[in-house]
Design a protein around this ligand. Structure first.
Ligand SMILES: C[S@@+](CC[C@H](N)C(=O)[O-])C[C@H]1O[C@@H](n2cnc3c(N)ncnc32)[C@H](O)[C@@H]1O
Length: 242
């Protein structure tokens, strides 16, 4: 039986989608993805210190310009396992970003991260392709990789709790997006799958519990009436961390 959470399956999916992903991501979120990217990164305080930043599941490097502005003296690492995504993001890193990012091509589930290295971990739209067990592994890695007072912010497309909004969002993501997908890509089934993942994922509630079980201090965040949800938090809270 097809396992949509099998890393090999997910990797192939993103390898196929890489050429159209940025445009489609923008369209799937009705243009909100850009606003959400700013908002989820803005949950972490701006710093001009040489902070160590890890952008997980970095895709085409969509978060990178925002991260560079927010942490101008940061040291940046990005991680993704899709060769095609990495190929495009490496070009961007080289041509536009002065090679500020060290890009790791790794499966986050199969590799440990550098222990206690990072002040900040960000991750946009990468949670939905993990099942519960994989989220457990991810949470462990985030916990291990963060410094004691390290912070993180994750965001994911979600099903809004309002039934009417959810109906139209579902119609849009499950019916209209695949048609747009076929126009851009000739492969509507890949884009239909994005909705399948979102419907199973629902929102960041479960991930919040899993992150907490793994020792992280987490606050749940809703973006635009729950069309996206997120997790912000820290390894060890101080009074003004969350
Ligand atoms: C939906 S894209 C998100 C890309 C980007 N962060 C963004 O903001 O749009 C998810 C990314 O996670 C990567 N990914 C999924 N599972 C992974 C894993 N186990 N290890 C490393 N990368 C993974 C995929 O290759 C893909 O580039």
């Amino acid at each position: 039986m097809l396992n949509i959470y099998d890393p090999a399956f997910v990797k192939k999916l993103f390898n196929r989608m890489s050429a159209s992903y940025e445009r489609m991501n923008y369209i799937t979120s009705l243009g909100f993805s850009l606003i959400w990217r700013h908002q989820f990164i803005d949950t972490i305080k701006t710093s001009d210190q040489p902070v160590q930043v890890l952008d997980l599941l970095s895709g085409l490097g969509e978060n990178w310009s925002i991260l560079l502005k927010k942490f101008p003296n940061g040291k940046f690492v990005a991680l993704d396992f899709s060769e095609s995504m990495i190929q495009s993001s490496s070009k961007k890193n080289h041509k536009k970003l002065n090679n500020r990012f060290l890009i790791l091509q790794q499966d986050i589930l199969a590799n440990e991260l550098h222990e206690g290295k990072y002040d900040i971990i960000t991750c946009a739209f990468g949670l939905k392709t993990f099942d519960e067990e994989q989220l457990q592994q991810l949470a462990k890695r985030v916990f291990n990789a963060l410094k004691k007072d390290g912070k993180f912010s994750f965001i994911e497309i979600s099903m809004p709790p309002n039934k009417i909004l959810c109906f139209f969002y579902k119609l849009y993501l499950s019916k209209i997006i695949p048609v747009l997908g076929s126009l851009f890509l000739g492969n509507p089934s890949d884009y239909k799958l994005l909705w399948v993942y979102t419907e199973k994922f629902k929102n960041c509630n479960k991930a919040k519990l899993i992150f907490e079980e793994n020792g992280l201090h987490v606050k749940y965040k809703s973006y635009f009436f729950g069309c996206a949800t997120g997790l912000i938090g820290t390894k060890q809270p101080t009074t003004n961390t969350l």
